[in-house]
Structures are given as structure tokens and as C-alpha cells.
Design a protein around this ligand. Sequence first.
Ligand SMILES: [Zn+2]
Length: 471
Amino acid sequence: MNRLNNLFLVLTASYFLFFSPDLLGENALKYTLEYLPNSGKVTLEIQFDPLDAGDVRLIIPRSAPGTYSLINYLAFTADIRALTTRGTELEGSLGDGSYFIFPAEHTQLSKLYYTVDVKRMEAQILDASMSSKARDNYLGLFGYSIFGFIEGQENKPIELSIQTDPEWPIFSTLAPSESRKYGRATFEVPDYALLADAQFLLGNAVAVLEVPDAPIPLYVATYSETPISPEEIGRRGKVALENLKAYFGYVPMPHYTMVYEFVKPVSDRHDYGFNMEHLNSMTANRDVSRPINAYDPDANITSIVHHMGHSWLPLRSFGAGYRPFDWQIAPLIETIWLNEGFIWYITTIPILKNERMLNWFQANLDQAPAFIKNKTLRELSLLGSTQYAQDFRIGKNLFSRGALMAYEMDVYIREQTEGKKSFRDALLGLLEWTNANQRAFNYEEIEPILSGAAGVNLTAIWSRWQQPMNH
Ligand SMILES: [Zn+2]
């Protein structure tokens, strides 16, 4: 990309900024994110209709759907200030939770500012799948690790403007495209949850590829410190997506982005093993020792199928606590075994036909310590709500119990219906139920929905899996 082209793109971006009609109306919150290349720190501004200072709480998320983890993003937030309607500045002070307050009487506020130290976040959060990254010519952001919100305003539409060096391209999973805007880009989202769910990749070191002939627009966005093949990542992603489409019979995502990072580890205590799912994207955080750099028809695509599968469940059908999400805490969730186990089951058995995985699920249960075995399914899920991967024996037990329950249901449904129905019908019932009801399902509703959709009474299998393992 040469300078002339850059200038053209900057002018194009400005045109849309100044002349596009305000689709979101007067009600929208205006967020601005600024990044000076290689500074390691982002600056945020939130503009809103004037509020009494005493009513303003700036919430910084402490968790996000699917992380099953408590993360102190607040620790990387600094320089919290507010602008009053009289044009004076107030300093924010820390509340007794993950939020800032602005103690002042008879004053109205209309803007907040703060900074986030991404470099320090990356150094201090050992699980790479929970942290944003700032490297040379690269900034990779998880929405929830950067964007705060004003308590009570989380359902308002947001117009986000990103501003950076005129030579830096900007990519977001909100509106993926091979042709990126340079230096400045705007995005509109209907609420805070969708802003938090999105990822943003800035800088010259980011490569974007659209995978040809995929069932929906499918993109690969990469940042790597070792040679890789985005084409091969895309090929594997397309195979995974085609398999999921064949299983479910439809694809609910309007588009999908595979974000892959291959980075030099910050330290040998940093963990680059976990991936993260979002509504229309997945993020794989790898270290440079595991590059994907060559065509391999036998490559293991379990992880890709699994994370894409989350776009059906739980991202579009979920139990209480998952959505709407209590951002200030890591909420208690009773259905992690379903979110993870049901997707592990369909990924490995009906889709990839890897029957040996059933032995692995069983071994995870057999080898579990007593403090895991003696918990009911619900109790173990509540425990996993904050410690799913911190002690991964908890996570493995949760998805193994869920996967083996799904397997038993699948076998039983096939037997009872002489092969006319399967676990797939039960799962589709769950997705249809959410579509019709537009809310999270309660624990007691799950088994009747599954049984109803399969046309087979699953109560006995359900009840047995609710018990502790050493029952
Ligand atoms: Zn998962």
C-alpha cells in the first residue's frame, strides 16, 4: 500500500464520518478509541447525554461470556477523568467494585476519558486467550478488555470511532473485509454487549484473507511472528464450517472471522493453549512454536469445529447467567457442561467421527480428584464459573460429563425412534426454543425441551448425570 492510496482511503473514511446520516439517532453513545502506534496504551473517550455526576459509574468488565474466569481488567485502567457540562474536568475515583465514581454535587457530566495499558495487560495476564496484545506494528483487542460502560446505559446503541496512524489499517470482526480503512474507521453496534464481544486488529502487521467459496463470508485475520499460511488456516476453517452446516442444516452467523495470533511468549509462565469464541468469530492465541504453515489434509480441526460450533451453542442458545451478562462479576452459570460438553460431543462424534474420544471423556471422569467427583453437575458448573481453566481438571470434567450425557441421549433416541431421530433433533429443539422465547432457558426447562424435540423421554439419563460421580 503506497502513500497515494493511503491518502485516498483516509479521505474516503472521512467522507463517511462526516456525511453519512446518523443511523443510530440522538440516543447513541459515542465511543472514541485512539492508539498511537507502538505506544502500548489505548485512550478511550465515552460521550453521552448529560447525567448528574453522582449517578455516573464507569464499569470495567471483570469477566465475559464464555471465559468462565474472573479477570481484573480494572488493574490496567488509569487516568480516569470526566468532563462537566461547564467544561471543567473531574478525576474519577475507584468504587468498592470494578467501577469508578465521580463525586461532585450539582454537576453534570457529558464525557469520560481513560487509558488502558495493553502492554502491561499482556505481561500480567498469564492466559493469552484473555489478554489484548500490543506488539510492533500490531494492536489486537478483545472488546471486553478495553471498553467500559456507564451503568444503566448498556442497552443504548453505540457509535465507535477508531483513530490511529494514517498508515495503519483497521480491522474489526464487527464488519470484516479485505479492504480495510486506514487511520480512521467507525462502527455501529446496537448495544454494549456486541461491542464487548467484538475484536479489533490494528496495524501493518495484520493480514486479512477472505476464504473463497465458503458457505458464508469467511475471513482469516492473522498476526504472526513466524511464517504462516493464512490460506491453510482458511481451508481448515471452510472444512469445519461446511461440516457444521451439514450437521445443523443452517448457518446462523452473517459472517465469520478466524483470528489467529502466533506470538513469541512473554514468559515461560504464559499459557498460549486456549482459544476463545465470540458471536461471529474465534480467536486462537498460539506461541510461535506451533505455526500453521503448510497444507495438511490430515490436520486436526477439532478445535476449529468446536469454537465455530459455539456460534450455535451457547452463543445463540444459552442458560441463565450467560446472557444478559453481569459484567462487573464472573456470574454463576449452571450450564457450562451443556455449553462445552454438547459441543465437544457433536464435534468429535457425529461430525468428526472420532470414537476414541469417548474413552478420553471417560478417562477424564475416572482420573478426577475427589473434590470434583463428589460434586453434582450443577455444583461443578457453579465452581467452573470462575475456575474453568485455572484448574483445567474442572473444565475437562464439565465437558466430559456433558459429552457423555449427550452420547447416551443420542444412542437412546436412535434406539427408541428406530434411527428416525437423534441427539441433533434435541439440540435443534433447544435452538428453536431460544428463537421462539428470546431469553435464557432455566435449568428445569432443559430436559423437557430436549425430550420434547426428540419425541423421547430422556428423564432417566438426565437425572443420572445430575448426580455426583461417586454416587
Ligand atoms: Zn468451548
